[in-house]
Design a protein around this ligand. Structure first.
Ligand code: ADP
Ligand code: 5GP
Length: 199
């Protein structure tokens, strides 16, 4: 719910962060939230939690039935199937944060990014690239979250996703040195326009 008085305030900015699995998206977005007043959207997924992942913090982990029920009620700003699991951005908290003038960060895939850009053309789409294919492989293995077959599928998906992103993303940022990449994205956020109020 928008608070009284929010109607006159400039809405927040909406930043979409995408990139291949293992490129460093979670690491970067955590730092962006620590260093700015941005609100990081927590997605809902039918994927099983990985080691150390917490419900309500990393994701809201739900069954496929529960997820599909929420699709029916229009609870998601966007949703997509990625590597056989469903992922979606809960709508309400994002609208509230934007109405309150906060910058909102969405860490979602390219399919989801395109859906959000269609709704909010002022959203800025940022795609994170690995410095090399080998670096990406090393990071996915280093994270130790999934087995070899899942990793192979994710690496295969990475090349297709990078090609798709080159067509439609506003900015490509190479995550070579973490600090440098974070600084570059903070500057992109500073330069981003606010989201328009709906008519
Ligand atoms: P994603 O969210 O994109 O799947 P993560 O944030 O989980 O990726 O990062 C994957 C692994 O890569 C983690 O172990 C993380 O510490 C490491 N990593 C992230 N950024 C860098 C970087 N710039 N240089 C080296 N390793 C990195
Ligand atoms: P992971 O399982 O590695 O956490 O995420 C797999 C992929 O799903 C990543 O590309 C991630 O950005 C994407 N993803 C996470 N949450 C969402 C979401 O809410 N919507 C969409 N479309 N993709 C998401």
């Amino acid at each position: 719910m928008a608070q009284a008085g929010d109607q006159n305030k400039t809405r927040g900015k909406l930043i979409i962060i995408s990139g291949p699995s293992g490129v460093g998206k979670s690491t970067i977005t955590r730092q962006l939230v620590a260093r700015t007043a941005a609100h990081l959207s927590v997605s809902m997924t039918t994927r099983k939690p990985g080691p150390g992942e917490q419900d309500g913090k990393d994701y809201y982990f739900v069954s496929r039935e529960e997820f599909l029920r929420r699709v029916e009620t229009g609870a998601f700003l966007e949703h997509a199937e990625v590597f056989g699991n469903l992922y979606g951005t809960p709508r309400e908290k994002i609208e509230q944060a934007l109405d309150a003038g906060r910058t909102v960060i969405l860490e979602i895939d390219v399919q989801g990014g395109k859906q959000v850009k269609a709704i909010y053309p002022q959203a800025v789409m940022v795609f994170i690239l690995p410095p090399s294919e080998q670096a990406l492989r090393d990071r996915i293995f280093g994270r130790k979250r999934e087995g070899g077959d899942v990793i192979a599928r994710r690496l295969d998906g990475a090349n297709r996703e990078i090609a798709a992103a080159r067509q439609c993303y506003d900015r490509m940022v190479v995550n070579d040195d973490l600090e440098r990449a974070i600084d570059e994205i903070i500057q992109i956020i500073r330069d981003a326009p606010a989201i328009d109020r709906p008519d």
